[in-house]
Write a protein that binds this ligand. Structure first.
Ligand code: ADP
Ligand code: ASP
Ligand code: MG
Length: 438
């Protein structure tokens, strides 16, 4: 039995958190492979080490003195080491980084990767596990994807009987330079390690007791979702629930390894299991798995009488958007009308040109733009088996006086997506949660 465990920034924030990690590992000898993030915030006002490292690099670019920020990074790691009482020459590690900064011989990616590197060094010494650098096994291809076969083989060769600690978030390019994943990417390192070692489960330890039915910053104390399929998770994270990095699922799904999201601060909570499918019977009262969403979308709507009988209207509309390199999120349509929905940020710079080209190429009867739109998604695999769900959702929103600006239901019936005004976003999520989640 092998459990690969990843601990996020809040689980690495101070010595007290390191001790919680150790108790979690000691509670189960199968937890032999540990991936760590850089130290995160100790409280709301604190800074994440990764943010401080990005800030340091920005200072070097503008030729501004970065000593004060670097000192914060320095002190934080020395303090964790001293509080834990481990024997490790952190001063030397930190001074090496400082020298390379002063010499301007360190890239941004390498500098920010040092947050996880230092965490992993500390954690390995504290646990008496072996430190295995991600630079020794995660290999990127030139296009930025991961060479999984080579990486997996390299990791397998490094693993022996002893437990190991791996820094998350980075690997190396074919020329040996360090490259990071996008923000939150330590989740991917954990998934790659789990896949390489054919783990029985990939445990992702964070600061909430699983994926919650709604964003805890909007709904007070939302319930955790006990079971989520990989497909539902994709829908949930695409539409806004950013608990796991979206690159996490592919490596584990390919090897059929379940992911268990757990809370370092409440280790007895079962958290959320994520896997291909579940045998458990469908609870007739629970058709929504989760509710998520994002703000700041724009909708371009056009109508044209007889459109459904005219060949090529949709293609012409999409061609205009393609010319401007705009990728659309949703395209709900009726008999004589169609809308396209995308983030305002992506369309703003060329909006008027796009509208002109639509008028010229498609010649619609009406053409409107709405912005300040939020997209809300109700996701659930059980929705497919239940008639009348959209009706129930819209009735609840109507009763609360929330105006619906757009509706889109995916053909796989995993989600119902609708648009509301930005100002109604939080209220819409709360209405859905209170109507259907309990
Ligand atoms: P880590 O540092 O452990 O990787 P993250 O900050 O990346 O943790 O992810 C956990 C956070 O995601 C939670 O603290 C919570 O604020 C936020 N979050 C947003 N939406 C959800 C949701 N639907 N369920 C759980 N957490 C959510
Ligand atoms: N430390 C990195 C970040 O803050 C990676 C991670 O935590 O997953 O984005
Ligand atoms: Mg994260």
């Amino acid at each position: 039995m092998l459990k690969v465990t990843k601990f996020g920034g809040s689980s690495m924030a101070d010595a007290g958190q390191y001790r919680k990690v150790r108790s979690i590992l000691e509670a189960d000898p199968a937890r032999k492979v540990v991936i760590v993030s850089a130290a995160g915030k100790r409280d709301k006002k604190d800074h994440k080490i990764t943010d401080l490292l990005y800030l340091t690099y920005a200072h070097t670019q503008y030729g501004v003195d970065y000593s004060r920020i670097f000192d914060m990074i320095y002190d934080r790691h020395i303090q964790i080491r001293d509080d834990l009482g481990v024997d490790l020459n952190m001063e030397r590690e930190l001074k090496d980084i400082r020298v390379r900064l002063d010499e301007k011989s360190i890239s941004q990616d390498e500098l920010v990767s040092r947050g996880e590197y230092l965490s992993a060094k500390l954690m390995a010494a504290f646990l008496d596990f072996e430190f295995v650098d991600a630079a020794d096994w995660i290999r990127f291809n030139l296009d930025g994807s991961v060479d999984r076969e080579t990486s997996y083989e390299l990791l397998r060769r490094r693993v022996g009987k002893k437990g190991i600690v791996i820094p998350g978030f980075y690997g190396v390019m074919p020329d040996g330079h360090i490259r990071t994943f996008s923000r939150g990417g330590s989740d991917i390192t954990g998934a790659l390690a789990a896949a390489a070692l054919d783990a029985d489960v990939y445990e992702n330890w964070t600061d909430v007791s699983g994926i919650l039915m709604a964003d805890p910053r909007i709904v007070e104390n939302p319930q955790a979702i006990p079971q989520v399929t990989y497909d539902e998770l994709r829908e949930l994270s695409y539409s806004g629930a950013q608990v796991l990095h979206e690159g996490t699922i592919f490596p584990v799904r390919e090897k059929n390894i379940p992911v268990n999201i757990r809370n370092t601060n409440a280790p007895m909570d079962p958290g959320t299991m994520i896997q291909e499918s579940f045998d458990s019977p469908i609870d007739p009262d629970r058709f929504i798995t989760g509710i998520t969403g994002k703000k700041n979308f724009s909708i371009i709507s056009m109508s044209k009488r007889g459109m459904s009988n005219e060949v090529g209207v949709l293609r012409k509309l999409l061609t205009v958007l393609e010319r401007h390199n705009i990728s659309i999120d949703y395209a709900p349509n009726g008999i004589d009308n169609v809308s396209v929905v995308m983030p305002t940020e992506s369309i703003e710079p060329c909006l008027y040109q796009i509208l002109d080209e639509i008028k010229r190429d498609v010649n619609p009867d009406t053409l409107d733009v709405h912005d300040q739109i939020a997209v809300v998604a109700a996701v659930g695999r059980h929705m497919a088996y239940r008639p009348g769900i959209s009706g129930k959702i819209f009735a609840a929103l109507g009763k609360a006086g929330i105006n619906i600006r757009m509706i889109n239901q995916g053909p796989d019936e995993l989600n119902i997506i609708f648009g509301v005004d930005n100002k109604d976003f939080e209220a819409a999520i709360r209405v859905l949660y209170n109507s259907f989640a309990k």
